[in-house]
Write a protein that binds this ligand. Structure first.
Ligand SMILES: Nc1nc2c(ncn2[C@@H]2O[C@H](COP(=O)(O)OP(=O)(O)OP(=O)(O)O)[C@@H](O)[C@H]2O)c(=O)[nH]1
Ligand SMILES: [Mg+2]
Length: 645
């Protein structure tokens, strides 16, 4: 795995040689334009050179001289240039980044110069997507820095610290200025500021003088710190540093063993972190055509190549071998440079009827900018209800608007933005992609719904997405009523290369599901999607038949089906509520897919269902094509529904 240290070294290798007669000259220079590990992904910015400290293993103070900071203006200019050149992520590097500014009088009661230069960059370069920091000395991080971490999402939630050891006696020998207590305090502050932050660290294994006890003590502290990425440096006697005089030396075998023990702690921490990211959508900066990193630096592998250097939303479905696996969603550029997906555009068109109803309805209330009074609120409520947002949700939205704006002048744009924000909040809790757990082999998904709601098409679309993400998929043609239904699923199966388990027309669908699960288990496939016949929720005997499918699957494995997805046709409007209620009672529905949003002006029904039932909405369909079903995104949906994007 590439790490920050390698990248920084690589960045150094790209840099022009700088001959220094007066070290302070360097204050006016920043790294050369485009100096970076991957010119299409991220830029490295040298903000400081040299170091004033004297760690006993390190030659930097002798080879690079004292700490010299690059002037803030020069750094900001460089950040602007790199961002205009298209780089999305900047990494601020140096020999002692956390000491930035100390030599140029930038450390005052607002904190260290590092916080100030970061603030200057964020203020002057609004287009920057994210900023990461090179290796940091923990003792220099102050309250101002933690405050910035709490309020500035563009500062990445990944800090790489020069910790070196977890035992005070070893830290003393290394001549670090921090103690174990200091590290505990810094990690705690950072986690308070950004609860999901992850840490990397440089650690030395087998430093001279480190006894077995010191190492064991250090290891328990490092375990407690939960370091997601570590660079372990086995101590080397080759360098003529002050550490060479410390005795006794640790034997080569012990150094190796200790290095392995440290590394394995971070492997466990990384696994835990990656697991916490599966099943959700993350912005990934693509470094190569199939590899990129999230905001917390987590590695992400795509099954199919796309264009490098772009930031793309990836629905993360699993983790394997220290990497996340996922499929891109939304708008992105393919490896050959074509615009792919166009999902946002598609969703905009798909929700066009609903957003037109909202925009024109709210627009009619506000032909002029006017005062928000009871009469206006009532009219707004009617518009929302006419788009199937439901009475209770509509009341909630208008009441919330009244809370801050009652009696004030307001226009339709402001109303739509306020509604979009509240709707996003309602939807945020339910927007969850259908996460496939590849350990289950198979993860069984039972798909149900009324006639013609879009079950089979949804299965086909999901099968394509999972197979694109590198998963093995099997389909079960549980709609045994009609030959056409079986054929329809077989066509999808062929399209995505997924085997389809089917039986003759009229066969028992529970029996078919049973066979399919056994077959999927023996083949070790990742996901089994079980289609069922459409059934109206008020036909009791048909609902009982569906319950039998569940019962029979449970005979093989009590935990199956792992997901029961109810597919709802958005065009049916209020009847969707009754469908959810009855299917939920009958087969314990675990999530929803909403189809045909392109065919209705009543897309508000998604909001009403989310508000009422709180069931996950896995995906929405806005067309019949294979790419017309995507993970449901709260913000995009809310803004599109209100005609804002
Ligand atoms: N416009 C549009 N059409 C869709 C969407 N999803 C499905 N359809 C269409 O709706 C029709 C019914 O879809 P199916 O997938 O066969 O529905 P089903 O629930 O399996 O139907 P039964 O098996 O008969 O109960 C087909 O013509 C699909 O192409 C969507 O998101 N938008
Ligand atoms: Mg069907």
């Amino acid at each position: 795995m590439k790490n920050l240290d390698d990248e920084a070294r690589h960045a150094d290798a790209h840099e022009d040689t700088l001959v220094l007669t007066d070290p302070h000259q360097v204050q006016n220079l920043a790294g050369p334009l485009g100096a970076g590990y991957d010119p299409s992904a991220r830029g490295f910015l040298h903000i400081q050179h040299g170091c004033d400290h004297a760690c006993s293993f390190c030659l930097i103070p002798t080879t690079q001289g004292p700490s010299r900071s690059v002037a803030v203006d020069a750094i900001v200019k460089q950040a602007q240039d790199l961002t205009s050149a298209g780089l999305r992520e900047l990494v601020l590097i140096g020999d002692d980044v956390a000491s930035y500014g100390a030599d140029i009088g930038l450390c005052d009661d607002r904190g260290t110069g590092l916080t100030q230069v970061l603030e200057a960059i964020f203020a002057a370069v609004p287009d920057i997507l994210r900023v990461r920091l090179g290796v940091l000395d923990p003792v220099r991080l102050d309250q101002g820095f933690f405050d910035l971490l709490a309020r500035e999402p563009k500062l990445m939630g990944h800090l790489h610290l020069s910790l070196q050891a977890g035992d005070d006696a070893v830290l003393k020998n290394v001549n670090r200025r921090h103690s174990v207590d200091d590290i505990d305090a810094v990690l705690k502050e950072a986690r308070n500021a950004r609860p999901n932050i992850v840490f990397g660290a440089d650690l030395i294994a087998g430093f001279p003088g480190e006894t077995e006890d010191m190492f064991a003590h250090g290891l328990s502290a490092i375990k407690r710190w939960n370091l997601t990425y570590v660079n372990v440096f086995p101590y080397s006697t080759n360098l003529k540093t002050p550490a060479a005089t410390i005795l006794p030396l640790v034997s080569g075998d012990d150094i190796k063993q200790r290095a392995q023990a440290l590394q394995s702690l971070s492997t466990t921490a990384l696994d835990r972190h990656l697991q916490s990211l599966t099943g959700s959508v993350h912005a990934v900066l693509m470094e190569t055509e199939d590899f990129g990193r999230t905001e917390s630096f987590a590695p992400v592998r795509l099954a199919k190549p796309i264009g490098r250097g772009q930031v793309v939303n990836v629905a993360v479905t699993a983790q394997r071998g220290g990497e996340l696996l996922g499929a891109p969603m939304g708008d992105y550029t393919t490896a050959s440079g074509d615009k792919a997906g166009g999902w946002l555009k598609k969703m905009k068109t798909g929700l066009g009827k609903s957003s037109a109803r909202m925009t024109s309805g709210i627009g009619q209330v506000f032909t002029v900018r006017r005062r928000l009074d009871d009469d206006v609120l009532e009219q707004l409520e009617e518009v929302l209800i006419s788009a199937d947002i439901g009475v209770s949700t509509a009341t909630k939205l208008t009441a919330n608007l009244a809370k801050t704006r009652f009696d004030k002048e307001i226009d339709d744009g402001e109303v739509r933005s306020a509604f979009a924000q509240d709707i996003e909040q309602i939807l945020a809790d339910v927007a969850k992609p259908l996460e496939i757990n590849t350990i289950l082999k198979p993860h069984v998904v039972l798909v149900c719904g009324v006639n013609g709601s879009g079950k089979t098409t949804t299965i086909g679309k999901l099968a394509k997405q999972y197979s694109d993400a590198g998963k093995s998929v099997m389909l079960a043609a549980g709609d045994t009523f009609r030959a056409a239904a079986i054929e329809q699923l077989q066509v999808w199966g062929e399209r995505v290369g997924a085997p389809v388990m089917a039986r003759e027309i009229g066969a028992d669908s529970a029996g078919l599901a049973f066979d399919a699960l056994q077959e999927a288990r023996s083949q070790g496939v990742d996901v089994l999607l079980v289609d069922t016949a459409g059934r109206l929720q008020n036909k009791t005997h048909l609902m009982e038949e569906l319950e039998k499918v569940v019962r029979v699957l449970k005979k093989i494995d009590d935990t199956t089906p792992h997901d029961v997805v109810l597919v709802l046709d958005a065009t049916v409007g209020q009847n969707a509520h009754a469908q959810v209620e009855i299917f939920k009672k009958s087969v314990n529905v675990s999530g929803l897919v909403m189809t045909k949003l392109d065919g209705t002006a009543k897309g508000g029904v998604v909001v009403a269902l989310a508000d009422k039932f709180g069931l996950p909405v896995h995906a929405i369909g806005v067309g019949e094509g294979a790419d017309d079903l995507r993970a449901f995104n709260a913000k995009d949906f809310a803004r599109n529904l209100m005609g804002l994007d």
